[in-house]
Structures are given as structure tokens and as C-alpha cells.
Design a protein around this ligand. Sequence first.
Ligand SMILES: Cc1cc2nc3c(=O)[nH]c(=O)nc-3n(C[C@H](O)[C@H](O)[C@H](O)COP(=O)(O)OP(=O)(O)OC[C@H]3O[C@@H](n4cnc5c(N)ncnc54)[C@H](O)[C@@H]3O)c2cc1C
Length: 490
Amino acid sequence: MGRKVVWHRYDLRLRDNKALSEAGEEAVPVYIFDPEWLESELVSDSRIQFVFECLKDINRQYQVKDSRISLLYGDPVEELEKLNDRGYDVYFNKNANHFRQEMEEEVRNRFQGFSGDGVVRNKPGTRRKWDNNAKKYFRSKPPKIAESFDDNPVQNQVSLDEIGEKYSVRPEKKKFGPGGSEEAGNRLKSFLDNIEKYPSSISSPIKAEKNTSHLSPYIRYGCITRRQAYRHAKWRSKDSDQADRYKMFIDRLFWHLNFSQKIEDNPELFKESVNPVFRDLHRDKRDEKKIEAWKEGKTGYPLVDASMRALVRTGWINFRMRAMCATFFSYILKQWWKEGADFFYKHLIDADVAINYYQWQMHSGLVGVHKHRIYNPTKQVKDNDPRGEFIKKYVPELRPLSPEQIVKPWEMSEQEQRKTGVKIGKNYPEPIVNHEAETKKARKFFKAKKGSAHAAFKDDELWKKASLSPRHDRQKILEKASEQKSLKDY
Ligand SMILES: Cc1cc2nc3c(=O)[nH]c(=O)nc-3n(C[C@H](O)[C@H](O)[C@H](O)COP(=O)(O)OP(=O)(O)OC[C@H]3O[C@@H](n4cnc5c(N)ncnc54)[C@H](O)[C@@H]3O)c2cc1C
């Protein structure tokens, strides 16, 4: 039997790692820098830097166990083939949560893939008993790994410095925090120490910066697994009187698994809308000016602008602001969802193909079964940034405004504008669209399309691909199916 190469990619950890556990002490860990990833338009230098830090951390973990991780460079399938030709078996953890679906298929066919993440494979769209499976997975013990490993004989082909140099990696975002399992563990611990602040912080962009877990990039790169986070939270919650708060966190770990299931069932979900009725909606109405204003945080809506600037500057914003900016792009600016989703994906440090693209579809009304929640950015200021702290942090030109003025700066009188020095249309833009009017148009359109959107689910293949969670009852959806109504004027 040859030794076993363990190909790390979105599992940059030792513990709770099925492929590594199966390989035992003969494991030969490798990471492959894929030029296609490094050159992608959708990767920021800060995200590459985060991965560098994860790799340094995993290398330290291997060193403690007498091994190290080898850094290779090239097309992953070709590099793995070469190792296979040299007599190594190749082990890896299955994971469809990326853009290279053909590669995923190829490696699953050629090498030994393992399933240890709670995702149900080979039964696309069978979601009926999914919740029970998920619970079983979260409660189960992670597999054990070897006490120590044999020497790693595979030479490094590159160093992190060389990659950094070759691809001019210059992290441009405010430091997110070091990648790696050690930091993930520290974050989980300090977050749970303060869990009482969690519920009141989730929707507020300024409080969320401090009080949500910020584990998302660590989970994305596998520095910590959903199961590890779950088990630790469950253990901490035992003697706590904060059970409801722990539950909020645990629910989100389940949601996370739900999205990984969706991309396993529909690996194309990042390319086109799940529901064919909305395919290519707004695609031919590209408005460069509106898109640029949104990307640059110059829409004239202070909370949208602050959120977009925070996204670009830090690589992270909280759920509510992500949802608000996505609905603003799709329902209000009426631009093609994918362009907005790609922009998010590029800038988020936690960029996760399944969650990002599916959330975008849900927040653009494209699946056809979800409620249309079109967030109103002025109401959001009142509800979630009432003193304008977040806005003032990221949109400095609005700092002179009072909490009342900052909700709708365009309603300031000439005199107020003179007094504060904030001149609408000069040093801060007028709203680029009328939110209320655009919301009405969007609601009218989706109301007219509801019946046909539901009727699309008569198709068995589509139903499977949609991979809807068990709370969506197909029968009930089909009861609301009707013929397509055409709606001009959208
Ligand atoms: C348009 C849009 C795009 C998004 N893109 C991503 C993305 O690319 N990557 C990503 O990890 N999350 C994404 N989310 C979900 C959510 O906003 C982030 O997971 C969350 O803000 C991360 O912050 P946190 O780690 O402090 O979360 P916490 O509130 O501390 O939650 C704990 C963990 O649960 C998971 N989680 C939390 N909320 C969700 C959710 N709604 N869906 C699935 N998992 C969740 C995350 O792994 C998170 O780290 C997106 C949401 C929207 C609306």
C-alpha cells in the first residue's frame, strides 16, 4: 500500500477531518495553489492573505505531530495525478462548494473522497429526512486522528512568499484577524463568553462588528467545523441560563449546512437563477451608473452607502446589511443579481459560493417560493443604526449630521445644508432612485409572476435541484401554481 496524500483545500485543520483520520499516520498533507484561483477576478488579496495565515497555522499543527504541509502549485488534478503516478494514494474531503464543478467530478472519480461534513450525497433533492440527518451529524463525535505522522517526503514547490510575490498579494482590507484553527478557537470562546449580547447585536451593523462570532471565514476555510462549533456551544450551554441565545447560534450552524447541501444538489446555483421564470431577469438592462454608485457606496441612501464601503474596506458586514444591499441592487436598482453577487463574493473574506449566491437569489426573489423582504434603508437606519454611528464610521462626509438628519439627508433644508456643510448633490449624492416607487413596481411584478413561478416546480428535476429545506411543501407550492401573466413596464 502506498502512502496517502491528504489534499487539504477547504479543510485547513487537523481535527474533525475525515480524510486525515482515514489516512492515519501515513498521511502526507499537501495544499495546491491553483493558478486559476489566484488569478480569479473574484478573489481579493486579503482573502489570499487569510489563506496564507491558515496554511501557516496548519503547518504549525502538523509540526507538533512531526510532519508539515507541502505547498504545491499548478492545476490540482494534474498535480494529484503526478503524486498518484509516484505511488501515493490521494485522499480528500468531498466539497462541491466552489466554482470548479468539473474538477470536483473528476477528483471524485479518480481519487478517494470522503464525506464527513453532514452533507447528504448521491441523493439530490431528497430533503424529507434531512433535518434528522443533520441533527445526527452535529451530535456525532468527530473522527480521531493519528497521534503523530510519518515524515512528509513531498518537497515544497513554492513558498508563501513566492506566491505573494508572483501574484503581488497586497492585502488592501483592514485586518480581519489571523486565519487558522487557533484563532478560530479563541474567537468561538470569547464569543460564547459574551453570548448574552448576541441577540441584540445581530441586526445592528455597529454592534455586530463586535458581538457576533465572526467565525464565518474560519468555517469557510475549514479552520473549524460546524460540528466542532456546535459541540462546544452545546457543552457550554448545559449549565447556562442563556439557552435561547445558544440556540440562535446553533440554528445558524444548521443553516450553514443547509446551504452546503444546496450546492451539492445543484452545483450550478451560482450561475443562474433556480427558477427558470426569473432567468436573466434585468440582465439586458445593465445600468453602469447605478452599479458603480452601489459598488462605491454613493447611492444617496446612507446605510446602503456605509455598508458597501464597509464591505470593500473590511471584507465583512452583518447579515442584515448584506440582505439590505442585495435587495437594493436587485429589487430597487433592478440590476442582474449575479453582478451584485459576484461583487460581494470578491470582497467578502468569508465568501462562500453556496451561501452567497443562494442568499442573493433569495434576496432577489429568484427562487420563487420565499417571501419578498425588500428592506427599506431609511427604516433600517431608525431600527438598527439610530444614532448613525455605523454610517458616520464609513461615510465621513455625513458626520456633521444629527441622528434625525442622517435618516433622510436629502430632506434637509437649504439652511440645514449650509449649517452642516453637507450639500446634497455636491458633497453627498441625492438618492439615485426613489425607493418607495421602485419597491411598489417590484412587488407588483413578483405578485404577477407568483403563479408561474410556483408552476415551475411541477418539473421533478427542478424540484430536486432547488433543494428546498423540508419546511417547503411541494404540494402546497403547486396548489398556488397558475398560468404566466405577462407584465410590461418593469
Ligand atoms: C446576500 C448575503 C450573502 C451572504 N454571503 C455569505 C458568505 O459568502 N459566506 C458566509 O459565511 N455567510 C454569508 N451570508 C450569511 C451571513 O451574513 C454570514 O454568515 C454572517 O454575517 C457571518 O458573520 P458571523 O460569523 O459573525 O455570524 P454569526 O451570527 O456569529 O453566526 C455563526 C455562524 O453561522 C453561520 N451563519 C450565520 N448566518 C448565516 C446565514 N444566514 N446563512 C448561513 N450561515 C449562516 C456562519 O458560518 C457564521 O459564522 C450571506 C448573507 C446574505 C444576506
